[in-house]
Unconditional design. Sequence first.
Length: 364
Amino acid sequence: MGKIYSALGLMSGTSMDGVDVSIIKTDGKSKYKGILDEYFEYPNKIYKKLTSLRDKIKCSKDLKKQRKQIALIEKEITIFHAKAVNQVIKKSSENVDFVGFHGQTIFHNAKEKITKQLADGKLLSKLTKKNIIYDFRQKDLKNGGEGAPLTPIFHKLLQKKIKISRVSFFNIGGIINKTTILDDGSLVASDLGPGMCLIDKWIRTNSKKKYDLNGDIAKLGKVNKKVLNKYWNIFKSTNQEQISYDINDFDISFSANLSLEDGAATLTHHTAKYFISYFKNNKKLKEKIVLCGGGRKNKFLVNLIKSHNKNVKLIDSYGIDGDFVESQAFAYLAIRSFLKLPISFPNTTGCKKPCTGGVLVKNH
């Protein structure tokens, strides 16, 4: 029987609104138990700095141009992560063996094999006095992969927990990523397209809100079919070869002349269209569809998705909190990394062979 480790996972998604923190117990293989989950919202000052920085980075050259700003914000958010870690550990009384630190993605380009997360592992280790595993994506990139998605191997563990043999997990974050687990246990995964990134950016740009709560704004709008078709045709012609996406692969410019409500409605229908297209092209699979991630809270979007497939359920209905799947995943990946077990696979990231990932830091 393998050793059971106590691991803490940290995840800050493309919404850039805060940090999800999870403590789990796991052997890094088939055993896992959730201990504690907590969310820490970024102060408005950090949120504005992050979104402003991301808006300035449109290509890899911009990473060099913005390196001073990147270093300053990286330090600031690492300190924020450290406070969250220390608070959760104190609350849980767990003796945490490893911390899986994903960091904040500010740029990801699958074609150029470049990904950048704000995450200072050495500083986090110093401030928390814990062993930190971070920089999870680089080994996959060096092994011919796209560096994402990395959560599929954790989805496979969740599949055993909810006891469904043929299932697809759709994580609706800034980007939609999908993991399908077939009857023989094999994994097939990829990013599907934009999740909440277009809707959130539209709302942020055209109102004082950060996102469309429950899809209430979109519900009031009318879909502009011309704009909807334009979005879809451009995506189909430019992004079909990729396994993973960055939010910079998509933009809201086509919606520029629409009202707040009509733009929200059009972009929400556009996001739903990726699901509808997937359902249409994979009718033979007849798998259960499980939704997780922040986008599952957008009732308007979820209802659009459900109207095309009666097998759609929220992960919460299986007793798993959909807000913390990714933070739990990075706790699990930290242990797999320590044990030198693979975290990415040819059918998930496009890497040449299964490979591990992550860098271990002990700075305490």
